[in-house]
Ligand binder design. Sequence first.
Ligand SMILES: Nc1ncnc2c1ncn2[C@@H]1O[C@H](COP(=O)(O)OP(=O)(O)OP(=O)(O)O)[C@@H](O)[C@H]1O
Ligand SMILES: [Mg+2]
Length: 332
Amino acid sequence: MADSKYVLEVKDLHTSFFTDAGEVKAVNGVSFNLEPGKTLGIVGESGSGKSVTAYSIMQILAQTGRITGGEVLFKGEDITKYSEREMQKFRGSKCSIIFQDPMTSLNPVFTVGYQLEEAIMLHTNKTRAQAKERAIELLKLVGVNDPEKRIKQYPHEHSGGMRQRDMIAMALACEPDILIADEPTTALDVTIQAQILELMQELQKKLGMAIIMVTHDLGVIASMCDEILVMYGGRVCERGTADDIFYSPAHEYTKGLLRSIPRTDNMNEKLVPIGGTPINLLNMPEGCAFCPRCDEAMKICLKEVPDELRISDSHLASCWMNVKELYESKEA
Ligand SMILES: Nc1ncnc2c1ncn2[C@@H]1O[C@H](COP(=O)(O)OP(=O)(O)OP(=O)(O)O)[C@@H](O)[C@H]1O
Ligand SMILES: [Mg+2]
């Protein structure tokens, strides 16, 4: 296996859905690197391509979906070239995913214990008895009380928060290098949400895995991410640390996003929603995807998407406003 300091490198990823209405370009050139043990947050409004980016990595796209370009390197090896059999091994043992709704992953007709044991046995050569022991251990690890009793129950006998814990246990069954969490707490109330996020961070420390946290809620990831990607129209429009994104946003979309959410450091300011509607992915504009909704847009924004401009060592943004002087003088 090729040597790499990153556990995952996504390079210029393109994913489309081929529908009756045409090609829906859901992901349009996403790139990022993830180091072992680090947390990457992906934020953006509904439809911006966050889940499709995650599903492309796992290759669990809908039948009409296809990766049309780019590479996904796991420890230096391009997994887009993997066969389905190799991918099956990758999913679960190297990289696991937690979905927003646990019932999409838990089967209602089998007990939680049975499903956990099956997941463990699929990826290890443990016997049923050993797998059961491990299942109990995992439920204990994710904070389920009385796991010996709980593993004999069906998913519907567990509360929403507990099912989310069951699913995290399932995702951790084979101690993956990467855990992808796609809106893992959106369906939960705020206290349980905080507990689950805390749990994920604890487990990350214990097991040393990298986490990709997908959410449309900036608040959720502010405290836990080493790097945040802001997505719009299937592209990364800005990336940086939480401080970069929250205190010096450098893309007009991120600025709009921050103006539209309540912040404790800015309680007196009015919330301003972003006007306009999300772009039509069937017909991607030539220039910046956010341009039609941007109050600051210049002529150049209609024509061209800028490469990511360097704001600081940790901070990049694809927004012409960062070199406004250059273009105002050119077009004057
Ligand atoms: N199976 C599909 N067929 C056609 N288009 C799809 C399919 N799945 C997703 N898309 C489109 O891809 C785009 C990106 O979807 P995605 O699910 O990644 O959004 P998201 O950022 O995760 O949004 P949310 O916050 O609502 O989960 C959307 O416009 C969506 O309509
Ligand atoms: Mg999604």
